[in-house]
Ligand binder design. Sequence first.
Ligand code: ADP
Ligand code: MG
Length: 889
Amino acid sequence: MSTSSQGSSTNRNANRNSLKPSSNVKSKPIQRRTTTASAVKDHTTVPGRVRVAVRLRPRNAEELVADADFADCVELQPELKRLKLRKNNWDGETYEFDEVLTEFASQKRVYEVVARPVVESVLDGYNGTIMAYGQTGTGKTYTLGRLGEEDTAARGIMVRAMEDIFADVSLESDSVSVSYLQLYMETIQDLLDPSNDNIAIVEDPKTNDVSLPGATLVEIRDQQSFVELLRLGEAHRFAANTKLNTESSRSHAILMVHVKRSVKGRDASHSSENGNHPHMVKSLKPPIVRKAKLVVVDLAGSERIDKSGSEGHMLEEAKSINLSLSALGKCINSLAENSAHVPFRDSKLTRLLRDSFGVLTGTARTSLIITIGPSPRHRGETASTIMFGQRAMKVENMIKLKEEFDYKSLSRRLDIELDKLIMEHERQQKAFEDEIERLATEAQHRISEAERNYVESLEKERSKYQKDYMESIKKLEEKFVMNQRKNEDPHMKSNTEIPSITAEEMADLKKMLQKETLLRKAAEGETNNLKIQVAELKQSEASAKIEISKLYKILEEESHQKEKLEGEIAILQSQLLQLGLEADETRRHLDRGGFSKEVGGRDSLTSQIKHQQQVSGNGEKPSIAKLFEQVGLQKILSLLESEDADVRIHAVKVVANLAAEETNQGKIVEAGGLTSLLMLLKTTQDETIHRVAAGAIANLAMNETNQELIMAQGGISLLSMTAANAEDPQTLRMVAGAIANLCGNDKLQTELRGEGGIKALLGMVRCRHPDVHAQVARGIANFAKCESRASSQGMKSGRSFLIEDGALPWIVQNANNEASSIRRHIELALCHLAQHEANARDMISGGALWELVRISRDCSREDIKTLAHRTLASSPSFQAEMRRLRLSH
Ligand code: ADP
Ligand code: MG
């Protein structure tokens, strides 16, 4: 077996060269088996498992505006292959995937990690499937179907897969054919022949092959006709959907590529090594043909269309789309769990994919790419997409981590840089190739033109010369005849006359001869000139060739450097990963060490909590409920006062996790958790405890009743104290977040200020971290809003507490901060402050008026701009000042 596979790969190379002899510039050998090491490695070590990658789409124009104030709902850690789904400002859940592709990932990289291993195994004779799953608009079609004709770097998986296939097969002995289908409401339509709109699936019980005999199957011989075919299919898909009044996002698009290769037996490989044609040797065995199928599926949008309360057709549609998608989910689950029965028969989609899933043969490869968007408004859909991907990876693989890994940002930056380089490199390469081709054609063109000119002029000169020559001969002959006649004339007897006439003629002849000579010399000169020109042209062609080979060298060097860079990054990444793993290991080790020190009744309780922390990896809510039942909140809270610092840290983390869920908050407060958390701020010096406790308090402080409780228990002075002592930006962010929440409560204004809340908030800007500043800005905006409400109701008079406590300079300074999360809050705060005449004088002298005018003119948020405009218009003091300064707005 191994000999035959080696033989076939040698043939592959030979075929590749023989296929495109003239375009050696373009036919770079594809680098099989040298792609991103991890992808290939994983494929060989874990055969049969569905590989799952997640890809984040960059913010689109609408999201850039509408979500400007909010963080993305996910945070990617590509170097750890992890994704964190944010629950709120402080909390999130982390999941692992086979590949995590950020919004910077190039199409090339996506192809290499998601699709290339599948394409390679198809070329080796196994079936393969590549699927994209995700909410409409998250980039499924972008990932799979982009043709990239305007930008080479934008080509999607389908086009790149076909390129790799063509680079590897021989069109003499192999064949590649394609079907393109749409599955809508459990009906299969032919995208290559729209009249063919109900295609049956046929399963061969013996071979387990699935086929669609009714579908159009087009044999493809070059890349261009494949691209044409895709375009045709897309046009038909659009037309069909217009007719059915649906959108393409509700149907599944399925591309099937059948690769049929002739496998040369041992005899044949022997003959081809001798340079003979394989058919010359009579093989005793019939030729073996190896068939494989690549299926690329652009799935329907995963959003639940049934929740829109649809009826009739829509409802039917919703059911059928969910039928195929949910059947797919079930099959993936069963496959992941190795269960005996996989419910392939439940839907057309799963029947169609049956032989591509590989359980039956154990050899097929399946890659799933799930696509997600960054918007926090679609958090629900994004979460369910992630869960689909996680199930596909095997349920028990799911990992939930609560720690943040800030030190990974270096590697992330390198990764982004690498992707940019890859993209740029691909573009440059294309540009180089185009330029070289252009130069070569131009040189060829110029040479042939010069040659043509040369031949033409030569011909012209020659015929002119010949004509002149003939004329001279004619004249000479005439003269000769005349002379003879004269000689014969009887009247001309005098012999003396003859020599005189001959002398004249001689002179004439001489002149003519001289003229002829001159003409000939001129022609020769012309010819020489032309010869020199041709030589020059040849030389310039040679120098163009040198130029081309220089360009080649540069190109080679570049790709060499890129490879080196990739290698270095791979090493860095593996080191980082190792570090991360070691850190996890050490922590776990420490955890174990910690609780083994515990004695007595608490021992079991502590270990239960720690155990829970570890298994809460599966991210399911029941575990939290279970924790409540098994351990009892009261007991968990009692651990907050444990002697053992390690236990205290664990306990506070558990409480913080519980506090992140709204449903638990009431119970925690009732059981005295809030008091305990506040106490922790006072009694311990541990930074981690401060950070986690402040986070929990911030979460609890989202609710009005709790805000009042926090105040009543002296929370502000405790938070202020923590704010004054903490160094860690994350701790400060949590504390600022908690105070910011309190600032939004109308009833607490005076007390909050009285206990130094505003000063504490302002004090935290000493930490330069933008997240801290954003929370401070949010607190100020909240406070200003409550104040302006109170003053419009006549409940507050006099200057704003914010101004009295000295917040104005910072506000003015940051009104145009480049971080939108800071700027937006400040803009709002300024508008609120300006609504109260008592603040006008300070605002004018502090420079706030200028900022307000700017906001009313330039703010990109239309609502804030209008608010600033209205505020300015309604304030007599501002109006007067603006008149004085001759400002208009
Ligand atoms: P889907 O097929 O999942 O509905 P599309 O592929 O049509 O989503 O993508 C929706 C929009 O987002 C398109 O305008 C597409 O160009 C853009 N888009 C998707 N993914 C990316 C990406 N990775 N980078 C840039 N633009 C993207
Ligand atoms: Mg799409």
